[in-house]
Design a protein around this ligand. Structure first.
Ligand SMILES: Nc1ncnc2c1ncn2[C@@H]1O[C@H](COP(=O)(O)OP(=O)(O)O)[C@@H](O)[C@H]1O
Ligand SMILES: [Mg+2]
Length: 218
């Protein structure tokens, strides 16, 4: 396990709503970051999907895989254990029941990335998550945040209602969005990331790399 000089740049993937892409983005973002430096991955969702994913993935001959931290029942503890050992840490945050835990996780991170589906209803539903970010900033004022649109379609222009909903949330949106692609669903069931799918995963890997460039400080 590599020991980094400074504590890891830590990214929480959070939305109190389920099904918006937290786990999909956590797996692929952590795999993309693992190509740049060592990565710790914290599964804060009690459903524990990442354990299955990492178990599957370890069968692949690929050294650029994130290390899963799941020793403690408390995900905040797992995050603190991971941070001194890596350049990057990615946290897959839990859905609504554990709002207090999400706040603590955010307050221990540098960046919160909020995946949202591209509909005004889903954006409005994210307002509660943005409130939790504001609350975490009372403890950690330097905490950065951005929305990332997930499951977008190639030619769908953003509606006026969407633009208004985003402005009201008061959090920037990454210029890169994650398209709806079958490879994201296939990669997770194969226990790999889109980076391990060769040509099949290339377009997806490119967009994940662009997201990394927007999120990681230069
Ligand atoms: N960009 C995408 N393209 C295609 N399918 C996606 C994409 N993002 C998520 N999915 C699928 O949507 C479902 C919900 O995503 P998931 O990452 O599990 O959300 P969450 O962790 O927020 O509950 C999963 O079946 C996942 O495979
Ligand atoms: Mg999930």
């Amino acid at each position: 396990m590599a020991r980094a000089q400074a504590p890891a740049f830590s990214i929480a993937i959070a939305n109190l709503k389920g099904g918006c892409g937290k786990t999909t983005i956590s797996t692929n973002l952590s795999a993309g970051l693992a190509r740049r430096g060592s990565v710790g991955l914290v599964d804060a969702d009690p459903q524990g999907a990442l354990k299955h994913w990492v178990d599957w993935g370890s069968r692949e001959a690929d050294d650029a895989v994130p290390t899963l931290y799941a020793e403690h029942a408390d995900p905040v503890e797992n995050l603190k254990v991971a941070q001194p050992h890596h350049e990057y840490v990615v946290v897959d945050c839990p859905p609504s029941l554990d709002m207090a835990i999400t706040r603590q996780l955010m307050a221990a991170c540098d960046f919160v990335l909020v995946p949202v589906l591209p509909s005004p209803l889903d954006l409005w539903a994210s307002a509660q998550t943005i409130d939790v970010i504001r609350s975490a900033r009372e403890e950690r004022p330097s905490l950065k945040a951005a929305l990332v649109l997930n499951q977008t379609e190639p030619r769908s222009a953003m509606s006026r209602a969407m633009k208004t909903a985003i402005e009201r949330l008061g959090v920037p949106v990454l210029s890169t969005s994650v398209r709806r692609r079958a490879v994201y669903r296939n990669a997770v069931v194969e226990g790999v990331s889109v980076f391990q799918l060769g040509g099949r995963g290339q377009s997806a890997a490119n967009e994940i790399n662009q997201i990394i460039q927007e999120v990681i400080p230069k």
